[in-house]
Design a protein around this ligand. Structure first.
Ligand code: NAP
Length: 281
C-alpha cells in the first residue's frame, strides 16, 4: 500500500482537545441543543454520538426528542424556544426529518448565530461572500484535516464529486476561496466520463453516496483522496472509494470509517464553542 492514511480520529482528537481547553477557560458552560424527530435508527445513533462528544469537551447537551407524528408548527415552535433560551448557544436539528416535515424550513428557523451546522442560508451566504463564521461541519473538517497533514491546496487542482448543499457545494466554495486557492471542478451524476475529470485532481473528494464509485482508474498517481461517503452495505460501512485498490495509486487517502466522519463531529463542537464565544462576548 503506497498511500499515507489520513487518520480522522487523530485529527478530530486534536480539535476536541483544543475545544476542551477553550471551554475550560470560559466563565460559562456552552450549551448545544439537539432536536431529534422520529425513530430513524441512524439519526438516533448520530445524535447519541454528538451528545457524547459534547460531554467529553465540557459542552452541555440539551436534548429534545419529538415523535414522528409531530406537526411542522410544533417543530418550529421548539426551535423558537431554543432560539430564545440564553443557555443554548448551538441548535442542531437532525436531518432528515420524517417525510411529512420540512427539514429546510426547520433549519431556516434557527437563529443564524446558533446555527452550528452552518446550513442556514445566512451562513451559507456569508460563506459565498468569503466571510468567516459558522460553516458546514464536513467541509470545514476536511479543510482542517488537510491542514493537519500539511497538504497544501494553493494552486492545486481539486475535483469534488457531489454537489449537495451539505458537502459538495460548500466544500468547492471553501477550496476555491482566497487563502485556500485551489482550482476547483465539481462533478455530479451528469458528468460525462467521470474518470477523465477526476484523474486531473491533485485533491479528489468523493461525496456521492455510491459505494466504491471511485476506483484506481479515477485517481491520478500521488493524489490526495478524501472519501466522504458513508454507505451501509452487507459488508458493513463502505465509502465511495475502493480503499485497497486506490491506496495503491493515491498519495494520501482517508479511510471509512475513521476518516471524514470523526472530523464532522469534531467541527460541530468547534462551531458550538465559536457560537458561544461570539454570542456571549
Ligand atoms: P446527496 O445530497 O445525495 O448528493 C450526492 C451527490 O452525488 C449529488 O450531487 C449527485 O449528483 C452525485 N452523484 C450521485 N451519483 C453519482 C455518480 N454515479 N457519479 C457522480 N456523481 C454522482 O449526498 P450528500 O448529503 O452530499 O452525501 C454524500 C455522501 O456523503 C453520503 O454517503 C453521505 O452519507 C455521506 N456524508 C458523510 C458525512 C461524514 O461526515 N462522513 C457527512 C455528510 C454526508 P446529482 O446532483 O446530479 O444528483
Amino acid at each position: 500500500m503506497a498511500a499515507r492514511i489520513l487518520d480522522g480520529k487523530v485529527v478530530a482528537q486534536s480539535v476536541k482537545d483544543e475545544v476542551r481547553a477553550a471551554v475550560a477557560s470560559l466563565q460559562y458552560q456552552p450549551g448545544l441543543a439537539t432536536v431529534l424527530v422520529g425513530d430513524d435508527p441512524a439519526s438516533h445513533s448520530y445524535v447519541r454520538g454528538k451528545r457524547r462528544d459534547a460531554g467529553e469537551v465540557g459542552i452541555r447537551s440539551i436534548h429534545h426528542e419529538l415523535p414522528a407524528s409531530v406537526s411542522q408548527e410544533e417543530v418550529l415552535s421548539l426551535v423558537d424556544e431554543l432560539n430564545a433560551d440564553d443557555e443554548v448557544d448551538g441548535i442542531l436539528v437532525q436531518l432528515p426529518l420524517p417525510e411529512a416535515l420540512e427539514g429546510e424550513a426547520a433549519v431556516q428557523r434557527i437563529d443564524p448565530a446558533k446555527d452550528v451546522d452552518g446550513l442556514h442560508p445566512f451562513n451559507l451566504g456569508r460563506l459565498m461572500l468569503g466571510h468567516s463564521g459558522l460553516r458546514p461541519c464536513t467541509p470545514s473538517g476536511i479543510m482542517r484535516m488537510l491542514d493537519f497533514y500539511g497538504i497544501g491546496t494553493s494552486g492545486e487542482q481539486a475535483v469534488v464529486v457531489g454537489r449537495s448543499f451539505l458537502v459538495g457545494r460548500p466544500l468547492a466554495m471553501i477550496l476555491s476561496e482566497r487563502g485556500a486557492d485551489a482550482t476547483v471542478s465539481v462533478a455530479h451524476s451528469r458528468t460525462r466520463d467521470l474518470a477523465s475529470v477526476t484523474r486531473e485532481a491533485d485533491i479528489l473528494v468523493a461525496a456521492v453516496g455510491v459505494p466504491g464509485l471511485i476506483g484506481p482508474d479515477h485517481v491520478k498517481p500521488g493524489a490526495t483522496v478524501i472519501d466522504v461517503g458513508v454507505n451501509r452495505t452487507d459488508g458493513g460501512l463502505a465509502g465511495d472509494v475502493q480503499f485497497d485498490a486506490v491506496a495503491e495509486v493515491a498519495g494520501a487517502l482517508t479511510p471509512v470509517p475513521g476518516g471524514v466522519g470523526p472530523m464532522t463531529r469534531a467541527m460541530l463542537l468547534s462551531n458550538t464553542l465559536r457560537a458561544a464565544q461570539t454570542r456571549r462576548s
